[in-house]
Design a protein around this ligand. Structure first.
Ligand code: MN
Ligand code: MN
Length: 450
């Protein structure tokens, strides 16, 4: 029999193993995995790695923050994702004061549905203003938002009592809370002290957000979640001490997971000492930290103490970043990573011998799909969605803004040399990107009920 499409002669990589295989696709679904398969259309993947489409469960596209909106919209951001081998993303939805959660989801979908190139889901954000709306959590869950974002930092942070209330409401529906864990009171005090003494350059950004208090907040929400009895996922872990809190909780048998991001694995805090705007561009929170923290994070992903690598993609233009040059605490936070994650973790992890090929796939594809409840994503096997990436492990390139499809106009990874890159990205049986060229139009992606 002939299949619609067969990816032939590649080395399949799953979260468990690697094996030579042809991948046969009918329609939107993987139909068979084996040898000697034939299709009406065939793609030769000899010498290439064939892996499940990558899942980035933490991105902010056209995200309103203060007076700015993050640079990549649902089209450019997902186009960049597709070119980089990411086939599903999870973005965010926030509810306006007079708006219901379900109405907010509909409004966000109205922006995203006609624009997305890859499949996408949404985390529902719960701010203090949403605490009176916790009775709407079941309706949000039914509308497809099964994960809920809780902040312990910024103006819309939850205090510990509100955290307890929100975690309880999310647990009642079987949702997954995802948490930004930092100690906002400490951060505010340190920022005020620095600014009062004229210490206003980005050099002071990491020094206002100590690793110790990221770990403290991580441990605090883990304890509140344990009291409630709910799983909890910790976003963007930037230091060894926070990873250790997660590892300790897991050793106690608690359903706690954590992620880190390329900015913490590839950069160190001296980026904030670059002169002028160059030091402001990489401002993100938690901050990029010292070299020993970077090493601790690689060890944490290697050991499985952290289970996921996401991006927290949230870039702003240089002009927008420059508005905070007089006071680092006013710089809109976030960096672009959505396109380079898969190739970067291959280069920094697999090629350096720190991670195995299955660990790479597990961190970037399989575990994020499982945590987000994407039962048809993140694996190469019959009946899964035909989301497949062909990766060339021997295609060296150097990251520059020109090599990427992101729109920020800058990348904190400029000059990073990587040994391999994504060649072809397939979503539900359709080639969406090949050799860095988008092959589908806006709106190809679908809303995922996570
Ligand atoms: Mn965050
Ligand atoms: Mn984020």
């Amino acid at each position: 029999m002939k299949y619609d499409l067969v990816i032939k002669n590649g080395k399949a990589v799953t979260a468990v193993t690697t094996f030579p295989a042809d991948i046969a696709i009918n329609g939107e679904t993987i139909a068979a995995v084996g040898l000697g398969l034939h299709g009406r259309r065939e793609i030769d993947a000899a010498g290439k790695l064939v892996l499940p489409g990558a899942v980035d469960m933490h991105v902010h596209l056209q995200m309103p923050i203060g007076r700015f909106v993050s640079t990549d919209d649902f089209y450019s951001g997902t186009a960049a994702a597709a070119c980089g081998g990411t086939t599903s993303i999870i973005d965010f939805v926030e509810t306006a004061p007079e708006e219901t959660m379900v109405a907010a989801i509909a409004a966000r979908r109205a922006l995203a549905d006609p624009r997305v190139v890859v499949d996408y889901g949404l985390h529902m954000t719960i701010t203090p203003g949403d605490i009176p709306k916790l009775d709407q959590v079941p309706a949000a869950f039914a509308a497809g938002c099964t994960s809920f974002k809780l902040y312990m930092a910024y103006g819309h942070r939850l205090n510990d009592g509100q955290l307890l209330q929100a975690l309880t409401a999310v647990h009642a529906v079987g949702g997954l809370p995802v948490v930004h864990a930092e100690n906002w009171d400490v951060i505010q005090a340190l920022v005020a002290e620095n600014v009062a003494h004229g210490r206003t350059t980005p050099h002071w950004h990491p020094r206002s957000r100590p690793a110790l208090f990221e770990a403290e907040a991580t441990g605090r929400v883990i304890d509140i979640a344990a009291f409630v009895g709910t799983p909890v996922h910790i976003f963007h872990v930037s230091c060894g001490a926070a990873a250790a809190r997660i590892a300790t909780a897991r050793a106690r048998g608690l359903p706690v997971t954590g992620e880190t991001c390329p900015q913490y694995l590839f950069l160190t805090q001296d980026v904030y000492d670059r002169p002028g705007i160059a030091g402001a561009l990489p401002v993100c929170s938690p901050p990029i930290r010292e070299e020993f923290e970077q090493a601790a994070l690689w060890t944490a992903v290697q050991r499985g103490d952290l289970q996921v690598i996401t991006t927290d993609h949230c870039p702003f233009t240089a002009a927008e970043k420059a508005t905070g040059l007089a006071n680092y605490s006013q710089i809109p936070g976030g960096v672009p990573s959505i396109e380079m994650r898969l190739a970067a973790v291959y280069g920094g992890g697999v090629a350096r011998g720190l991670l195995t090929l299955p660990q790479w796939v597990d961190l970037c594809c399989t575990t994020p799909a499982r945590l987000m409840g994407l039962a048809r994503k993140g694996h190469i096997a019959p009946s899964y969605d035909a989301d497949v990436v062909i990766f060339d492990p021997e295609a060296p390139w150097t990251v520059t803004p020109q090599t990427l499809h992101e729109t920020a106009g800058w990348t904190p990874y400029e000059g990073l040399a990587l040994p391999g890159r994504v060649q072809t990205t397939i979503i539900r049986g359709q080639v969406v990107a090949a050799d860095g060229e988008l092959q589908v139009g806006a709106g190809y992606g679908r809303y995922l009920r996570t």
